[in-house]
Design a binder for this molecule. Structure first.
Ligand SMILES: [Zn+2]
Length: 402
């Protein structure tokens, strides 16, 4: 036992891989580098990334980091763009190739673990964020969940949440990386240390209009505190409820009751913000009850990863893959008219959709000869495309339910 302890390298810092270690393939599963050693010839391969996720759609993200990871390797990469809201199979059930990488196997194989990790987690977070966008619409929601995950990845979490539709993020570094101001209200600790009403006063007098949110549930009943705060600071923008689960009972009904009492007493301009363990369903219910702003944590930051996997689909120009997968290099198209997806072999001629609509290509070449083909879109532009698509999903579902 003593000998074993002595052989463990002392590690007093954080348990994270730095960029250099990730780029060197050290954050990869060992079997890739083992298989590399056993290969006598390096082969030209086409590797394709598909997903077994069965949701109706996902919000794809994480590509920017993949391109950074693989740079300056000599590869050709085509991909679906970040922020695409898309099913994982086409209308005929063929898996959509999200990323296609062509090059020597020695340049690709040992990076598989890291490539997948970058898109699986980011896309899971973006997808959860897009779902909350739909539940909270037309009201804003914010990513408040970095405290549930390792701090080293907080910028990735906040970026993915923002791309997926979040109106802002609470993380200082996350906000900095997406060129935004971080969003925050007041912590319970401020009410505990300063006294509740002193803390309210500080927020009311020092925060800019539109951003004055006071937390009203530190000590007393929510309704009593809400009315007391409203009387003291009638110009406040939001009152925030972060009621603990143990005291919650029916949270939407608490919000309903407070909205009623505030309206009755002429405080219609004071909005209600809610936070604390919210998910898609609770956000939708609280919105119906009268909440007009949402802080969402774990549901977004710790969202289930989207299962992507990477497979060789061609070696030296010959279509080959493992069972359960579809061989050969492919392209993915979407009909401009009926919006159906169509995956076809890259060697095939592109016809029209059965409905007569034009087929538009979704996977474009994004990286060639060691560098990106064009400058990357800003995160703000990616989010704008996402919310435009989510708005069209929302208008489609409201037309259907009429
Ligand atoms: Zn069509």
């Amino acid at each position: 036992m003593k000998r074993l302890i002595n052989t463990v390298k002392d590690h007093s810092g954080f348990f994270i891989a730095d960029e250099e270690e990730i780029r060197a393939g050290k954050a990869s599963d060992v079997y890739f580098s083992r298989s590399m050693k056993g290969l006598s010839h390096d082969q030209e391969v086409v590797a394709e990334i598909t997903s077994s996720n069965e949701e109706e759609w996902i919000t794809f993200s994480g590509l920017k980091e993949v391109l950074s990871l693989l740079s300056p390797r000599n590869l050709t990469i085509s991909a679906i763009e970040e922020g695409e809201i898309i099913g994982t199979r086409d209308s005929a059930g063929i898996p959509v190739p999200f990323i296609t990488i062509e090059g020597k196997y020695s340049e690709i194989g040992e990076m598989e673990t890291a490539i997948l990790g970058l898109i699986c987690q980011s896309s899971g977070i973006s997808t959860a964020s897009s779902r909350v966008y739909i539940a909270s619409y037309p009201y804003p929601f914010y990513s408040f969940g970095i405290r549930r995950m390792h701090p080293a990845i907080s910028p990735m979490i906040d970026r993915a949440a923002y791309i997926g539709g979040a109106y802002g993020v609470s993380g200082i570094l996350g906000a900095e990386r997406i060129s935004m101001e971080p969003i925050g209200t007041m912590p319970h600790s401020m009410a505990l240390i300063m006294g509740e009403e002193e803390a309210w006063k500080y927020i009311a007098h020092n925060f800019p209009k539109g951003k004055r949110t006071i937390l009203i549930d530190t000590f007393s009943d929510e309704k009593e505190s809400a009315l007391r705060a409203a009387r003291m600071f009638p110009d406040i923008d939001y009152i925030r409820l972060d009621t603990p689960r143990s005291r919650r009972g029916n949270f939407p009904n608490i919000v309903r009751e407070i909205r009623w009492e505030l309206d009755l007493r002429g405080f219609k301009s004071i909005k209600i913000m809610v936070s604390g363990g919210l998910d898609y369903d609770s956000v939708a219910k609280l919105r119906e009850a009268g909440a007009e702003s949402f802080g969402v944590g774990t549901y977004i930051s710790s969202a289930k990863s989207i299962d992507f996997s990477m497979d060789i689909v061609s070696i030296n120009g010959n279509a080959i893959t493992k069972k359960g997968k579809y061989s050969g290099k492919k392209d993915v198209f979407r009909c401009s008219n009926c919006k159906k997806l169509k995956v076809i072999p890259s060697s095939s001629r592109i016809g029209k959709c059965q409905c007569g609509g034009i087929l538009e290509i979704l996977n474009r070449t994004v990286y060639e000869g060691g560098k990106q083909v064009k400058n990357y879109e800003s995160d703000r532009d990616i989010r704008m495309r996402v919310t435009k698509k989510l708005n069209s999903i929302l208008s489609k579902s409201s037309t259907e339910s009429r």
